[in-house]
Ligand binder design. Structure first.
Ligand code: PYC
Length: 310
């Protein structure tokens, strides 16, 4: 299996170029459902230790069903598929450019939650125009074990997020363990209170916000991902959910820029335009770098060829 690794603002992406499972035909959403239910070993072998680690996002490159798209892609992590993934879309664009498959300019990718457009600005810099993001609930208060009440918004940015405006802890690398523990407890509190996304969807990402460290940035965040890892980048889909909230609260005008810092200090430049259904169409601009090209070997005698599972 041939893979190309990259990181976007510190968050890793592993693009599977060939050697992935045959998912048949159909929409990306249909093929993604097959990947998640019938090819658990494949996903685990790509992203889990000993070849990967908890933060790696896999990106399975597939032929698109929409002829306007240059590529189809299914994103997955150490737990499940992701509907969309902002950092991995930037990583995929830079990877395709590294391979000579796309040049500067606009291109479309098909994902399980819709078509996204990218602008390859240079070899490392990509602007992603995401699917429409929106806020479902404002100011939901839940009880968090060992902490007390926490208030946040529920919003969609390609994945479901619970966004807490004022983090109870400082958003610094030294607090990553404590932030991970707190956000896991917030997620358990949401589950216990029965708070979900639309149609009962699990809110699998938790996002805390606080003051930026760089005077040029507007805000800093910490994002818990579904499998318990934290996002090293400011999280593209999380930023999309944030833009939907900023727009609805009247804090950011269409076209105005917002610089979002991650817990490690990396940044994305954000803006939005009004969406057709009352939400926003986010643009996320960031940089990715290719870090390796590799051939993954699954030796039938290797007891951990399908990853170390907890
Ligand atoms: O950038 O959207 C994102 C993302 C989701 C999970 C990790 N990164």
């Amino acid at each position: 299996m041939r893979v190309i690794d990259s990181h976007t603002a510190g968050e890793p992406t592993r693009v599977v170029i060939d050697g992935g499972p045959n998912l048949g035909t159909g929409t990306l959403a249909e093929r993604a459902a097959r990947l998640e239910t019938e090819h658990v070993d494949f996903c685990a072998s790509v992203v889990l230790e000993p070849r990967g680690h908890e933060a790696v996002i896999g990106a399975l490159l597939l032929p698109p069903s929409d002829p306007e798209c240059v590529a189809g892609v299914i994103y997955f992590n150490n737990l499940k598929n992701l509907g969309m993934c902002g950092h991995a879309t930037i990583g995929l664009a830079v990877t395709l450019a590294h391979m000579g498959r796309i040049g500067p300019g606009r291109h479309k990718f098909e994902t399980p939650v819709g078509v996204v457009e990218i602008d390859l600005i240079d070899a490392h810099t990509v602007a992603v125009v995401n699917i429409e993001a929106y806020r479902l609930h404002k100011d939901i208060t839940i009880e968090v074990e060992g902490h007390g009440p926490v208030t946040g918004d529920v919003a969609w940015g390609g994945n479901w997020f619970f966004l807490v405006k004022e983090s109870p802890l400082d958003l610094v690398p030294a607090n990553i363990r404590a932030l991970t523990d707190l956000t896991l407890r917030i997620r358990a509190g949401l589950d216990k209170a029965g708070v979900t996304g639309a149609d009962g969807a699990w809110i699998d990402h938790i996002e805390l916000f606080g003051p930026a460290q760089d005077p040029a940035a507007n805000s800093r965040n910490f994002v818990l991902c579904p499998g318990g890892a934290y996002d090293r980048s400011p999280c593209g889909t999380g930023c999309s959910a944030k833009l939907a909230c900023l727009a609805e609260d009247g804090v950011l005008a269409p076209g105005a820029e917002w610089l979002q810092e991650s817990v490690i200090g990396s940044t994305y430049k954000l803006s939005y335009q009004p969406g057709a259904h009352g939400g926003v169409i986010p643009t996320i601009t960031g940089q990715a770098f290719v870090t390796s090209e590799a051939l993954l070997i699954l030796d039938p005698e290797d007891p951990y060829r399908f990853g170390i599972r907890g």
